[in-house]
Design a protein around this ligand. Structure first.
Ligand code: LMR
Length: 343
């Protein structure tokens, strides 16, 4: 077990070994949870995330803690491990299965080892705007996706938003061809990797906690993220040119382990569901506000320049990235892709 964990942390496990590990994790959690609940101690929910406290997810985690401790006093305690202080997101998914944490909210890109379907959220220009994305998530397919990893021991609880991903570079970029030769930090997503390779960018996968150092040292000459993450890490100091082409949105699935969730007393689970419903609404409203505020603050710094394409320029980006959707259509599922386009 220890060796598997070390492997995962130091170099990443192959998907096959990872899934075997997940099953180990499920067995452990199944044994550990009833023991936890047999005692009179409060149930502890350890919530891991990788962003700053002043981002939609960071604020959402604190709000969740406050509401849980107000509505379930003495019954449930929440501990937040933010800013990647304990795990990066990929490690967090494994840690859920090992019973080392109970809650995480990784971006969809971080689920690569456990879901092909969630790659849908990284497909460029699939959702025509935020409303289309939200309709898809609230609809039949989106709700089904929350339960699509039950056989892996993971249960999706909600969708949390951040905002559109903006392309940030050290030199101005207007057309897709302008990216050629740059080196980008990307999230661990096969779709995003393909997107950048097709634009002749060298993609390097690394956890969010490494991006600032990688930008400062010059290891990377660009990356993409939501405005609140760019602001919170000060990434505009190193990559001050922004292209808002509107290709994808950064969003999260709030996720727990089935062993933990199913092992909760039903009244506690019911109250947690209500709280999550409330916090989800608040986070998603806040994400819209943070998007605008963070963008303004970055611009006010005087260091940033934003390129907003005309319809014709945007069409050129869409055309350049159109093959990415087809390349992943079979793995994601054509029906699911059609559902997304139909929103
Ligand atoms: C990233 O890795 O850039 C983001 O997914 C971080 C986050 O959680 O917003």
């Amino acid at each position: 077990m220890k060796r598997l964990w070390r492997d995962f942390v130091s170099r990443g496990l192959s998907t096959g070994r990872w899934l075997k590990t997940c099953r180990w994790g499920l067995c452990l959690a199944a044994v550990a949870l009833p023991l936890q609940q047999a005692s009179a101690e409060p149930i502890v929910i350890r919530f891991s995330h990788v962003v700053g406290p002043n981002t939609p997810k960071g604020i959402g985690a604190q709000r969740f803690k406050a509401l849980v401790e107000q509505k379930l006093p003495g019954k449930v305690r929440v501990e937040i491990y933010g800013g990647g202080s304990r795990f990066n997101d990929e490690q967090a998914i494994l840690a859920l299965l090992f019973g080392e944490i109970e809650l995480a909210a990784p971006s969809f890109s971080k689920f690569r080892a456990v879901s092909n379907e969630l790659m849908i959220f990284d497909v460029p220009f699939l959702f025509k705007d935020r409303d289309a994305l939200k309709r898809f998530q609230a609809g039949r397919s989106g709700q089904r996706l929350l339960d699509s990893m039950l056989d892996r021991g993971l249960k999706g609880l909600a969708y949390w938003d951040n905002g559109p991903r903006v392309i940030a570079t050290k030199r101005p970029v207007k057309a897709p061809g302008d990216l050629r030769g740059l080196t980008f930090r990307i999230e661990p997503s096969a779709v995003i990797e393909r997107q950048y390779r097709s634009l002749r960018v060298v993609p390097i996968t690394m956890p969010f906690s490494r991006v600032r150092d990688a930008a400062r040292s010059g290891l990377i000459s660009g990356q993409e993220n939501a405005w609140s993450n760019i602001l919170s890490k000060g990434l505009h100091e190193f990559h001050p040119h922004f292209a808002e082409v509107g290709h994808t949105f950064l969003g999260y699935m709030l996720v727990t382990s089935t062993a933990f969730w199913d092992g909760l007393p039903s009244d506690v689970r019911g109250e947690l569901e209500k709280i999550l419903g409330q916090v989800t609404e608040e986070v998603n409203k806040l994400a819209l506000e943070k998007h605008t505020q963070s963008r303004s603050k970055v611009l006010e710094s005087g260091k940033a320049q934003v390129f907003t394409p005309t319809d014709a320029q945007r069409a050129a980006w869409e055309e350049a990235l159109a093959p990415v959707r087809e390349a992943f259509a079979d793995r994601i599922g054509r029906q699911l892709l059609n559902d997304a386009v139909g929103n």
